[in-house]
Design a protein around this ligand. Structure first.
Ligand code: NAD
Length: 298
């Protein structure tokens, strides 16, 4: 049992997963969200995901009970971060929201605490600059779903201290995940390489070179990708893909990242993938088959 306490800010998709893996590594976790419903939902999700691990014999019932006793929820950052040695922010991907959150964390977390962000695209250097401890601010970019995915992209901001990077690398190994350290430039590495591929897949559809099924099957079977790029885009959320591409385009000042007009149209129409029920595919509860949206059926 590890008695150290970490705090996760934001109890959404990523926040509950991050809390889960730290509980499983024996940490005490404080989970903070401004939305009470999200906090309750997160605890339910963690319990359900642990049940799945019990079925797979990864966890015992006794371990689950112990782990769930080690998580407490808070609606205020001030109370939630008080004794943390590490705070990981996984709140909504919005620079204004994140900068405000970091000002508050910095004001209330212990002086020695490391402050990490799970942002997919916002500059760690910019986030660090609103704190009085930029050398202790770092990116910890977990992948979705957190309990399953092995990678953590560790992002060094301009001012991040080498000791802080070393501590976070060691901690990531302790979570039984694989840390990869990169520098702070738009999209870091994961999205700088993934998003142009997704954009190119959408362009290929837009230009009529191939249909949804062909594009995804070629990339799945030909490149041994577990999911085709269009299915992956639906999974990530087309709104997120659009926003990351715009960040890359602006950040590098390079139009090679310009989002495909079809992507922009789909987001404007609210067809943003799994979370809206339709993107390149349609998603009906209870149906696991991949059904191409009528808009693209050929
Ligand atoms: P989400 O919308 O599921 O959850 C965000 C949560 O933040 C919500 O519960 C919201 O109530 C909470 N929140 C908003 N403002 C807050 C505040 N001021 N204080 C406390 N909580 C606040 O989002 P998500 O998909 O979990 O993404 C969270 C972060 O993780 C984002 O930065 C995103 O870019 C990053 N990320 C997401 C994925 C993914 O696949 N979803 C993958 C990697 C990284």
């Amino acid at each position: 049992m590890n008695n150290q306490q970490i705090t996760v800010i934001g109890a959404g998709t990523m926040g509950n997963g991050i809390a889960h893996v730290f509980l499983q590594a024996g940490y005490k976790v404080h989970l903070v969200d401004t939305n009470e419903l999200q906090l309750n939902k997160a605890i339910d999700t963690i319990a359900k995901n642990m049940d799945r691990q019990i079925v797979k014999a990864v966890l015992t019932i006794a371990e689950k009970e112990t782990f769930l006793k080690n998580i407490s929820t808070y609606s205020s950052i001030q109370d939630g971060v008080k004794n943390a040695f590490l705070v990981i922010e996984a709140a909504t991907e919005n620079a204004e929201i994140k900068l405000k959150i970091f000002e508050q964390i910095d004001a209330h977390a212990p002086i020695g605490a490391i402050l990490a962000s799970n942002t997919s695209s916002i500059s760690i250097t910019k986030i660090a600059a609103v704190t009085k401890r930029p050398e202790k601010v770092i990116g910890m970019h977990f992948m979705n779903p957190v309990p399953v995915m092995k990678l953590v992209e560790i992002i060094n901001g301009y001012a991040t201290d080498l000791n802080v990077t070393e501590t976070i690398v060691a901690l990531t190994n302790q979570l039984n995940k694989v840390p990869c350290v990169v520098n702070d430039y738009p999209g870091f590495i994961a999205n700088k390489i993934l998003m142009p591929m997704i954009n190119e897949a959408i362009y290929s559809l837009y230009e009529g070179i191939a249909g949804v099924t062909s594009i995804d099957t070629i990339m799945k079977l030909g490149m041994a990708h577990p999911m085709g790029p269009l299915q992956l885009a639906d999974f990530i959320g087309l709104d997120v893909c659009l926003s990351v591409l715009q960040t890359l385009q602006q950040g590098f000042g390079n139009n090679k990242y310009a989002p495909c007009p079809l992507l922009a149209n789909m987001v404007a129409a609210g067809k943003i993938g799994i979370k809206s029920g339709e993107g390149f595919y349609v998603y009906t509860p209870g149906n696991k088959d991949l059904v191409v949206s009528k808009r693209f059926a050929i």
